[in-house]
Design a protein around this ligand. Structure first.
Ligand code: ADP
Ligand code: ADP
Length: 229
């Protein structure tokens, strides 16, 4: 399970300015969809509607055939694992930070999640600014590394749907490749919705939706979209 369906979704923050003008798409359970498009196109709004930060004003959003408005917040959050844009780390080891998603996880499970997310080599480290009796110490993690810690945390929770916003937008190429590798691994076993700035970061998605001015301008696989150009 984990099928996502947007059916003729309309949404506006300001009634004078529609953001989504009748968006429809379906993600079969286990598949990966990417939403790309220019800044302000409404990409993040799609993830906010799925997570129910906001409700649609027309049409519907369904998970496994059930309208998200009929699901409790608690079960919605159990079904959707969200990897935030900016990950805030707790003042404890990276392993602790990963385990936070599922306190009952074994050490081996934490290590496995860390390996998949490609942060296995520093799970014993402490985040930057870690405060001890003798002052501050810790490892400075890049934005990409922090995001991979969040990915590991989500893997451990193992939700049927994984949602990742603006995956790799502000990151250097090396980090982008590592996130890509982590994502491909994570996306294998669950429905995945990726909001991305650039087509180059979502090559392996089963379907890519190009959003422009609140409408779907193009859709297809990466190869299909390149052919249309
Ligand atoms: P994208 O993710 O494609 O950059 P968003 O979905 O974040 O776009 O935003 C789409 C449009 O909605 C933008 O023009 C943005 O300024 C506007 N917007 C986003 N969030 C809000 C909000 N909370 N209130 C009002 N306008 C918003
Ligand atoms: P970004 O797309 O840069 O990752 P957001 O998705 O949070 O960031 O917001 C997208 C755009 O929407 C930005 O231009 C931001 O200024 C605008 N925006 C976000 N929240 C609001 C809001 N509450 N009111 C108006 N504009 C907003």
């Amino acid at each position: 399970n984990g099928e996502i369906e947007f059916d003729n979704v309309h949404f506006a923050y300001d009634p004078q300015r529609p953001i989504l003008k009748g968006i429809s798409f379906k993600v079969p359970a286990g598949k990966t969809i990417a939403v790309v498009g220019p800044s302000g196109a409404g990409k993040s709004t799609i993830s906010r509607l799925l997570y129910r930060f906001y409700d649609v004003q027309g049409g519907s959003v369904k998970i496994d055939g059930q309208d998200v408005r009929d699901v409790t917040q608690t079960s919605l959050r159990a079904v959707i694992g969200m990897v935030p844009q900016d990950t805030v780390l707790f003042n404890d080891t990276i392993a602790y930070n990963i385990r936070y998603g599922r306190p009952s996880a074994t050490e081996a499970e934490v290590e496995q999640a860390a390996e998949i997310a490609q942060v296995g080599n520093f799970i014993r480290s402490l985040p930057e600014g870690f405060k001890t009796m003798v002052g501050e110490r810790g490892l400075k993690l890049s934005g990409g590394e922090k995001q991979r810690v969040a990915i590991a945390r989500t893997i451990l929770k193992s939700p049927p749907i994984l949602m990742l916003d603006e995956a790799t937008s502000a990151l250097d190429t090396g980090t982008e490749q590592e996130i890509q590798a982590a994502l491909d691994e994570v996306a294998k076993n669950r429905t995945t919705l990726i909001i991305a700035h650039r087509l180059s970061t979502v090559i392996n998605a089963d379907e890519i939706i190009v959003l422009k001015d609140g409408e779907i301008a193009e859709r297809g696989t990466h190869a299909e979209l390149l052919e249309q150009k």
